[in-house]
Write a protein that binds this ligand. Structure first.
Ligand code: K1U
Ligand code: ZN
Length: 192
């Protein structure tokens, strides 16, 4: 069941019910990805508990990766999110988007252009932590105060495969940690 393929999308199908996860993924991809607004997986669904697979080198710069990232971005904006991860769209691959903007809870958060991170890896986390409110599009109606590293460094690839290494502080660092958690099957409610 590992690495089952569906139109170029690989799924880690080692979940409790691999056939169900795979069929649901296939169904949703076929029906929704062309509309660019994707269904968001909800807490309790197996896909959100999996460790996502790295994007392969052969996929970098591909049309499907660009299309997927466009659909993730469009859905994130439509749902007023400040971040998103591919497993939230039933795609168990290591892709996240980070898109901080000032909001009532974090009025001083920087407004940034959305950054797509492929195969992100947090290389450093400060010992200094901070506590802040988080929400999640996969856990509607829940908010919680989560302790996170104040500063992190993350290395990742761009959609075209260019290597990047960036340091973030505060709210942006929080979003990156929240989204990388999604890639490891962890929800913010698991950290409360
Ligand atoms: O589900 C997600 O991964 C998106 C999530 C990202 C996130 C929000 C807050 C802290 C870390 C990561 C959201 O965008 S939830 C909606 C939102 O815009 C928000 C919620 C709480 C505080 C600030 C913003
Ligand atoms: Zn989330």
């Amino acid at each position: 069941w590992s690495n089952a393929l569906c139109k170029g999308y690989a799924f880690n199908a080692m979940a409790t019910h691999p056939l169900l996860v795979m069929l649901r993924s296939r169904q949703i991809l076929r029906s929704k990805i062309m509309t660019e607004i994707l269904a968001v997986a909800q807490r309790g669904e197996a896909i959100l508990t999996l460790k996502a697979a790295p994007v392969a080198e052969s996929e970098l710069g591909s049309a499907w990766l660009n299309q997927l990232s466009n659909a993730m971005y469009t859905t994130m904006m439509q749902r007023s999110g400040v971040g998103i991860a591919a497993p939230q769209f039933y795609i168990s691959k290591r892709i996240i988007i980070v898109a901080s903007r000032a909001n009532p809870r974090y009025p001083d958060a920087p407004d940034m252009d959305a950054v797509v991170m492929v195969n992100p890896e947090i290389t450093q986390m400060s010992d200094a932590t901070c506590i802040g409110e988080e929400g999640c599009l996969s856990v509607p109606d829940a908010r919680g105060e989560v302790v996170r590293a104040e500063t992190i460094s993350v290395k990742y690839l761009s959609l075209a495969g260019e290597p990047k290494h960036v340091t973030y502080h505060g709210f942006v660092a929080r979003i990156v940690q929240h989204e990388v958690d999604h890639l490891d099957g962890i929800l913010f409610v698991d950290r409360l």
